[in-house]
Design a protein around this ligand. Sequence first.
Ligand code: NAG
Ligand code: NAG
Ligand code: NAG
Ligand code: NAG
Ligand code: NAG
Length: 223
Amino acid sequence: MYFQVQKQNVYFAVSRLYFLITLEMLMGGPMYFYQLVYLSILCIACCSLPERVLGEPPLNLQMESQNFQHILSWQAKSDPTVLTYYRVLYSDRRNWMAAKQCSNITQLSCNLTDDFEDTHAQYLALVQSFIGTEVFNSSVLDFEPLTDTFLGPPEVNISSCLNCINVTIKLPACHLRKNEKLCSLIDIYKELDYIITLKTLDEEHKVKNFLFYWCVRGEIQKA
Ligand SMILES: *[C@@H]1O[C@H](CO)[C@@H](O)[C@H](O)[C@H]1NC(C)=O
Ligand SMILES: *[C@@H]1O[C@H](CO)[C@@H](O)[C@H](O)[C@H]1NC(C)=O
Ligand SMILES: *[C@@H]1O[C@H](CO)[C@@H](O)[C@H](O)[C@H]1NC(C)=O
Ligand SMILES: *[C@@H]1O[C@H](CO)[C@@H](O)[C@H](O)[C@H]1NC(C)=O
Ligand SMILES: *[C@@H]1O[C@H](CO)[C@@H](O)[C@H](O)[C@H]1NC(C)=O
């Protein structure tokens, strides 16, 4: 530590000496001291310029995914007066590709529904921000449509019939397009199960166990 400080002093002494000599030689008058102060300030300004933060990578990547509609969003800390363009890249763990609708955008979200067309793939996604001539990469987000998309809610109708309750369930629409047709969740999962719980005032019966956890309330009056 002691040696480092000494070394710095020597360095400054030498660089000042250098200025003193050159300025004295150039100006030849008493002005050199002010010039030196001015030059030192200028130098500090120059040296601190690269440390000024003009932009940062996009932060807090989040995927909101329901029934295979995938919306990626992020946050930006960059100066709002500086125009920033974003590009979303994704990978199926082989190549990185630019998202179709998000290769040069200014908004902080991207619809990746049409890009993540393989429901069983394990995707990676990142967002690049372009600020002036600089490019920043966000962190990488892992996403697996089959397990990470949120399913529901199903459409449920409840009606009464003679000595029975009629529960009709329709699967939620899936947003993925296959050959111009919207997919069906049954095509993807082959089997989907429901929990249907029948509650009376004093009892609770679980009719079937399973995957959907949406609460639908229907009241049937006893005749
Ligand atoms: C991105 O879009 C802006 C405005 O539309 C345009 O000026 C710029 O050249 C585009 N950049 C690229 C790399 O396409
Ligand atoms: C996202 O893209 C899908 C497929 O193109 C479309 O059906 C859906 O409406 C879009 N969602 C939003 C929020 O733009
Ligand atoms: C950003 O990520 C892409 C994809 O992994 C990579 O090709 C590129 O070199 C990265 N750029 C920077 C500035 O890290
Ligand atoms: C239950 O509801 C469905 C759809 O409304 C109807 O087609 C069916 O006949 C009903 N079943 C009974 C036993 O009422
Ligand atoms: C529920 O009932 C409404 C109104 O009668 C009908 O439009 C809808 O298709 C029904 N849904 C199901 C899942 O049966």
